[in-house]
Design a protein around this ligand. Structure first.
Ligand SMILES: Nc1ncnc2c1ncn2[C@@H]1O[C@H](COP(=O)(O)OP(=O)(O)OP(=O)(O)O)[C@@H](O)[C@H]1O
Ligand SMILES: [Mg+2]
Length: 299
């Protein structure tokens, strides 16, 4: 089942048409990477899903229920981490989370145990300082804990890693990976390596619509090129290869790529075996997210 479905969503701000027929299907228990450059409309789409912005046209369902602008019924299924989360700086993480639990009407004992569980999950279990001294990464982690408090079926994070260093980013990605069993995760980003690392599904938002979307693995298969990359142990072997196969292109140290249209893989492999050239690497070239992103945004 799809935890979130967006159908033909349109949204304009004055003259500017930001969303122009966005369709999105987010399967249950996926980690969905919502990719788009600055100003593409990621935050706009997410706020519309939360019923915070009114769409001009289109339909959104969360867990099979329709989202209605200005009403919060479907938000009981959603945990939301905004792009710039705000906290009460004078509180500690535990005080803040406990306070949020009280607002949600959680019973005292349940609130205590849930807070402990979540603070441990996001690595803030031992943290006693006030939030005002927190790093950006710590704030994002606290924000995720808060978003998960009421056990949402869908966790929406708006660029959770964009402002973080590699260590902070990895911590967030590990948390998102860890919560996948309990919830579905949708996060927006323009950091493609984060998507490669944890996402099961992706969509590229461009010109107000999702140009390519679906399972990352299928996408890589679909856009796979008939190209191979090989690496030899010695530089001289590359010279021998390029002499025999002039269409091969050198890429980096002791590496060449070639197209199966130019040379059949078996022919190249036989050539290597006959001359006892030892290989360090032999692989089919995978399309990178970057190459797909460039292709999508160029159109
Ligand atoms: N309330 C608003 N009023 C007018 N224009 C808006 C409003 N909110 C967003 N926009 C415009 O809509 C476009 C999309 O903005 P949005 O914040 O959704 O993009 P984004 O993909 O989240 O970008 P970023 O990566 O910078 O966060 C931008 O051009 C922005 O200026
Ligand atoms: Mg945004």
């Amino acid at each position: 089942m799809d935890m979130l479905r967006i159908g033909d969503l349109h949204k304009r701000f004055g003259e500017k048409e930001v969303l122009r027929g966005l369709h999105l299907s987010v399967p249950e228990h996926s980690i969905y990477g919502f990719i788009g450059k600055n100003g593409a409309g990621k935050t706009t789409a997410m706020k519309t899903v939360l019923g915070l912005l009114q769409a001009d046209a289109g339909e959104i369902t969360v867990n099979g229920e329709h989202v209605v602008y200005g009403q919060t019924a479907t938000n009981r299924y959603i945990g939301y981490l905004p792009d710039v989360p705000e906290f009460y700086p004078f509180m500690t993480a535990r005080e803040y989370l406990r306070f949020c639990g009280e607002i949600c009407g959680m019973k005292k004992a349940e609130n205590e145990s849930r807070c402990k569980e979540l603070l441990d999950l996001v690595g803030l279990g031992e943290e006693t300082h006030r939030i005002k001294g927190f790093s950006r990464g710590m704030k994002q982690r606290l924000g995720i804990a808060q978003a998960l408090l009421h056990r949402p079926k869908l966790l929406i994070c708006d660029e959770p890693t964009s402002a973080l260093d590699p260590v902070g980013r990895k911590e967030i990605l590990d948390i998102l990976l860890a919560v996948r069993k309990q919830t579905t995760v949708l996060f927006s980003t323009h950091i493609l390596s984060d998507v490669e690392r944890i996402c099961t599904d992706v969509a590229f938002l461009n010109n107000g619509a999702a140009k390519i979307q679906g399972k990352l693995s299928e996408m890589k298969m679909r856009y796979r090129r008939e190209e191979y990359r090989l690496e030899t142990e010695r530089e001289t072997d590359i010279t021998i290869l390029r002499k025999a196969f002039p269409q091969m292109k050198s890429v980096g140290q002791n590496q060449v790529v070639f197209s199966a249209n130019d040379y059949a893989a078996e022919v190249v492999l036989r050539f290597l075996a006959d001359r006892k050239i030892s290989l360090l690497k032999w692989e089919r070239e995978e399309p990178t997210l970057e190459s797909l992103f460039m292709e999508v945004t160029r159109k």
